[in-house]
Ligand binder design. Structure first.
Ligand code: SF4
Length: 360
């Protein structure tokens, strides 16, 4: 029988949203490859997905429920039928719900589940049950809210425009491992002479491939952003016209930033004062300058404010004037209009209880 090629989209909760071609032979997927005609996939899938056939058909893949029969951590399980597993879970949920349904917390997130399985079917069930409400998202709300507070929405640069940037700060992102297609554009920029700076406590493979790695201490990103702001002020690398026309609150923030000398910033961040000065010089004098931000920095105390501070930097130098300048953390706000959360999640089943809207 001949093989056929089926077009698909990657199911992962990943900004790249790759287009995939799946080769199917005799009812079995034998190969997956990135669609060469789809930007930004460019024919390449990341390692998570490029070996899906091996994973799907691996003899050790778990295909039926396993019930633990020993102490946690002992690794002892027995296979049970779906009917038994669902019956066990339902009996336990029912007993708890009869006492107090809010003693149940549905703790889940997206992964590879999409809007139907990840964002709605469970919500309907737990709304109806009267379970406690989980604030979505689990891991990105602080950064998402920070972006929204700064720009009015989860919006950012178009990925392809990074190819024309002259300076790219890859701030808290191991792009080679988790944002492969951004990295393709960053490499294109590098070939055209752009400088790549990785700002990350970890010496990742991305840090290895950048011109410079600034290994600040975890949780000090906001301090570095304030230190950069002070240098931008002191050296007058500000775009005063842009600030006047498109920002509000700068005088108060400016006053606050002036406390962050290179020496103080360096001490807090665990880097050198020359690294602070050099980074500020690069950022203040290179156009267009772009920042690729990621979510790690907002998973610490004060992380949301760190994102806000970093997100303000492009406004101070007028980076947004150029398509290849600005910042990207998330662009999910672009697609909000296509979602009907109420139809998916059925908040009417909450019987008057309030649930924070999903923000991812
Ligand atoms: S980079 Fe990997 S996880 Fe992300 S969309 Fe592409 S194949 Fe999927």
């Amino acid at each position: 029988m001949d093989s056929t090629v089926v077009r698909a989209a990657c199911p992962h909760d990943c900004p790249d949203t790759c287009a995939i071609r799946v080769t199917v032979h005799e009812g079995r997927a034998v190969k997956v490859q990135g669609d060469p005609d789809h930007p930004p996939t460019h024919g390449a899938l990341c390692t998570k997905v490029s070996r899906y056939p091996e994973r799907s058909y691996h003899p050790e893949r778990v295909l039926q429920p396993l019930r633990r029969i020993g102490p946690k951590g002992s690794g002892r399980f027995e296979p049970v039928s779906w009917t038994t597993a669902l019956g066990d879970i339902a009996a336990r949920l029912k007993a708890i719900a009869e006492r107090d349904p809010q003693a149940i917390v549905p703790y889940s997130y997206a992964g590879t589940m999409g809007l139907l399985q990840g964002e709605s079917m469970a919500a309907r069930f737990f709304h109806r049950l009267g379970a406690s409400l989980l604030d979505r998202t689990i891991c990105a709300s602080a950064g998402g809210d920070a972006l929204t507070a700064t720009y009015g929405g989860k919006l950012g640069m178009h990925l392809a425009h990074y190819a024309d940037s002259k300076l790219i700060l890859i701030w808290g992102s191991n792009s080679i491992a988790s944002n492969l297609h951004f990295w393709t554009f960053a490499q294109a920029a590098k070939r055209q002479g752009a400088k790549l700076v990785c700002i990350d406590p970890r010496k990742t493979e991305t840090a290895d491939k950048c011109h410079q790695h600034i290994a600040l201490l975890p949780g000090t990103d906001g301090a570095l952003a304030l230190g950069l702001m002070r240098e931008l002020v002191v050296n007058d690398w500000l775009d005063h016209d842009y600030i006047a026309r498109h920002t509000e609150g700068w005088p108060a923030l400016r006053e606050r930033a002036m406390d962050w000398t290179p020496e103080r910033t360096a001490q807090v961040c665990g880097i050198t004062a020359d690294e602070v000065r050099g980074l500020a010089r690069d950022y203040g004098t290179t156009k267009p300058a772009a920042i690729r931000l990621n979510y790690g920095m907002q998973r610490v105390h004060g992380g949301g404010n760190a994102v806000r501070l970093v997100a303000i930097l492009p406004c101070l130098v007028g980076a947004w004037r150029d398509a290849a300048g600005g910042l990207l953390l998330s662009a999910s706000g672009w697609f909000k209009r296509f979602r009907n959360d109420a139809a998916l999640q059925r908040p009417d089943l909450l019987a008057g209880r309030a649930r924070a809207p999903s923000t991812w």
